[in-house]
Design a protein around this ligand. Structure first.
Ligand code: B12
Length: 213
């Protein structure tokens, strides 16, 4: 029988079909959709986070869990209004100019989204001007830049300098990540934050925006 725990377990196991069947069953049976989201779907992703961190789950499995969770979310969207789920904040994310790697960036975006952030994904090969445009367009709290190549890391530095020279407001935080990027590099380029993986990216954004736990 469907219940919130079994939905969480099926998110953890990436069982998309079971998640959608059980979400439908519960919502049709009268369970509050917000309860299904918080105590079923999000709870499932909460189970994923430590396992991913400790290396017991790998990228494809996390992607599948996120897909299972998103499938459930999409089924419930029609029952709730936007105000019912307050967003923790808005994050614009993109892979810098010249770099086409997006698996890690997508994972960060998905983890942020599933933990309650509104995420706008600018894609790959994002020029500094596009990061700037995204500010007036989306009014983000955080801008995330990803780079997987030592040759494109410099574009993180360029983009941050460019945004700062254009006088972007201090309250917009810039975070960076990607395999060759480090905390030391983040300090050098005056980023507001760095994290080495998707789950710590969520904690990083929470702490930058002082999101209550
Ligand atoms: C998959 C892959 C590709 C795929 C990319 C597919 C895609 N859609 O992304 C393809 C085949 C296209 C590719 C192409 C190339 N690649 Co490649 N690629 C890789 C590979 C094997 C895996 C990268 C990956 O997805 N990792 C898994 C994800 C989950 O990890 P991640 O990206 O590090 O992301 C995590 C963290 O870094 C962090 N994070 C990432 N972004 C962000 C952003 C923020 C804001 C935050 C907070 C955190 C964060 O969180 C993520 C999740 O935990 C790496 C090797 C490696 N082990 O890294 C090489 C690698 C990155 N590639 C490399 C190279 C050289 C290339 C090419 C130049 C090859 C070529 N000669 O054509 C091209 C470049 C194309 C281009 N212009 O970008 C080199 C880079 C070397 C270097 N030092 O610069 C690597 C390291 C392989 C190697 N050892 O030589 N590549």
């Amino acid at each position: 029988m469907a219940n919130l725990d079994s939905i969480a377990q099926n998110v953890l196991n990436g069982n998309i079909k079971k998640v959608s069947d059980q979400v439908n069953e519960l919502v049709n049976g009268g369970t509050d959709p917000i309860e299904i989201i918080n105590n079923g779907l999000i709870q499932g992703m909460n189970l994923v986070t430590p396992l991913f961190k400790s290396g017991e789950m790998f990228v494809p499995e996390v992607m599948r869990s996120a897909k299972a969770m998103n499938t459930g979310m999409n089924l419930l969207k029609k029952y709730i209004s936007d105000e019912d789920i307050p967003s923790k904040g808005k994050v614009v994310i993109g892979t810098v100019e010249g770099d086409l790697h997006d698996i890690g960036k997508n994972l960060v975006g998905m983890m942020l989204e599933t933990s309650g952030y509104t995420v706008i994904d600018l894609g790959v090969d994002v020029k500094k001007e596009n990061f700037l445009d995204s500010i007036s367009k989306y009014n983000p709290d955080i801008i995330g830049m990803s780079s997987l190549l030592t040759t494109t890391m410099i574009k993180i530095k360029d983009s941050i300098e460019y945004l700062k020279n254009k006088g972007i407001p201090d309250q917009i935080k810039i975070i960076i990540g990607g395999a060759p990027v480090s905390q030391k590099f983040a300090d050098e380029v005056k980023a507001d934050g760095y994290s080495e993986d998707a789950s710590s990216a969520v904690a990083l954004c929470d702490s930058l925006l002082a999101v209550a736990k």
